[in-house]
Design a protein around this ligand. Structure first.
Ligand SMILES: [Zn+2]
Length: 373
């Protein structure tokens, strides 16, 4: 089932809405309808849509700043908890990362300031809340944008403030040390926030604090892995001795190979040795359940894996593999023929070897092993 669908394409970026976002609209409409009637429901939905329009402008702030450095953003996804701009890469130069991260909150600050300029003063919130009858949507949007600005400046991942803080530290420290320090500060803030939220009975805020704590760990692991792969190419990281299958091969041949244990995902090739599909244990099982024991490889596969040129930086190749949501990726030569084979397991093993060879700290070994779990 498709969970996100595209509503627009602007400046080369697809704007997608996650299905759960529509559920939020239905929930808000129902809540206000039963509490205050149809008019309040329409207002509620209108306000939520306006809020998300501001979130979208925030994300386009990041997109525009990234584009300045030649980084494209294939998509922005709107979730009930906010938006995510999926940049093709995060700039590694601290100053560039600072500008890209700051561009989002800067949009919210600009909107809030424009509202103040137009009104001539800072709007006050009615005691009954912004959704009561007669509320001004513009006043509400001032507070929404002011909140988005301050919330995103909290120096903790995955908020923009976390990235800005790391970028500022990165002006003086190595990327690894800057990330470690920024993550530690973010986690201290998350723990303090969780303690405050729990003692005040704020369940949602407790969950957000826990999420921020885990996101910090995730960011640290990713940067450690990035450092382990630094200076290596997809050609170096890929497997050179691997088994391939053809579309006409029987699936029990694949099972025999899986049971041998050296490889868990296999490229499927044509007569020209081009990789046209990938096959893994789960696909084999699903096809045998559906078509019976005599099924062929062609019955089990459906999409073409990423074709990654040999000279691609290893970390970029790994991200491409992750984004493709497939179990393997083909490393190809200039003519497009399959040269090496990449899987998550291969990447983990390659990183463990790098960590051991480089006598990196224990943290990087853990980072390397994360994908194995
Ligand atoms: Zn942002």
């Amino acid at each position: 089932m498709k969970w996100s669908f595209t509503i627009a394409k602007l400046f080369g970026t697809r704007v997608q809405i996650h299905l759960t976002f529509l559920l939020l609209l239905v929930f808000v409409a129902a809540q206000y309808y039963f509490a205050s009637g149809a008019e309040a429901a329409v207002r509620g939905v209108f306000l939520i849509i306006s809020v998300f329009f501001c979130v979208l402008l925030h994300e386009f702030g990041h997109v525009a700043a990234a584009l300045k450095y030649g980084i494209t953003t294939p998509k922005i996804t709107l979730y009930p908890i906010g938006g995510i701009a999926s940049l093709t890469r995060i700039p590694k130069k601290p100053l560039q990362e600072l500008v890209v991260a700051a561009a989002g909150p800067a949009v919210n600050l600009t909107i809030a300031l424009i509202i103040v300029l137009i009104r001539g003063n800072v709007p006050t919130i009615p005691a009954e809340g912004v959704l009561t009858a007669g509320f001004s949507i513009v006043d509400a949007l001032f507070w929404v944008n002011a909140s988005l600005f301050f919330f995103n400046l909290i120096p903790a991942f995955p908020m923009d403030g976390g990235r800005m803080f790391r970028a500022l530290l990165g002006l003086f420290l190595s990327r690894g040390t800057a990330t470690h320090l920024a993550v530690t500060v973010g986690q201290v803030i998350a723990i303090a926030g969780a303690i405050w939220a729990m003692s005040n009975g704020q369940i949602l805020l407790t969950f957000i604090a826990a999420f921020i704590f885990l996101a910090g760990k995730g960011e640290e692991t990713m940067v450690d892995q990035e450092l382990l792969l630094e200076g290596h190419t997809a050609g170096e990281a890929g497997m050179s001795d691997f088994k391939t299958f053809h579309l006409d091969d029987k699936l029990n041949k694949v099972i025999d190979k899986i049971l041998e244990g050296d490889q868990d995902v296999f490229p499927v090739i044509n007569d020209l040795k081009d990789c046209i599909a990938a096959i893994s244990f789960n696909e084999v099982i699903a096809a045998i359940q559906h078509y019976g024991p005599d099924a062929h490889v062609r019955d089990a596969v459906n999409s073409v894996p990423e074709q990654i040129p040999e000279s691609t930086p290893a970390f970029d190749a790994w991200q491409k593999l992750a984004r493709s949501r497939m179990a393997g990726a083909a490393v190809v030569d200039e003519a497009g023929h399959l040269k090496k084979w990449l899987t998550n397991r291969q990447f983990s093993e390659f990183m463990v070897v790098q960590a051991l060879a480089g006598h990196k700290p224990e943290r990087s070994l853990r980072a390397a092993a994360t994908e194995e779990i």
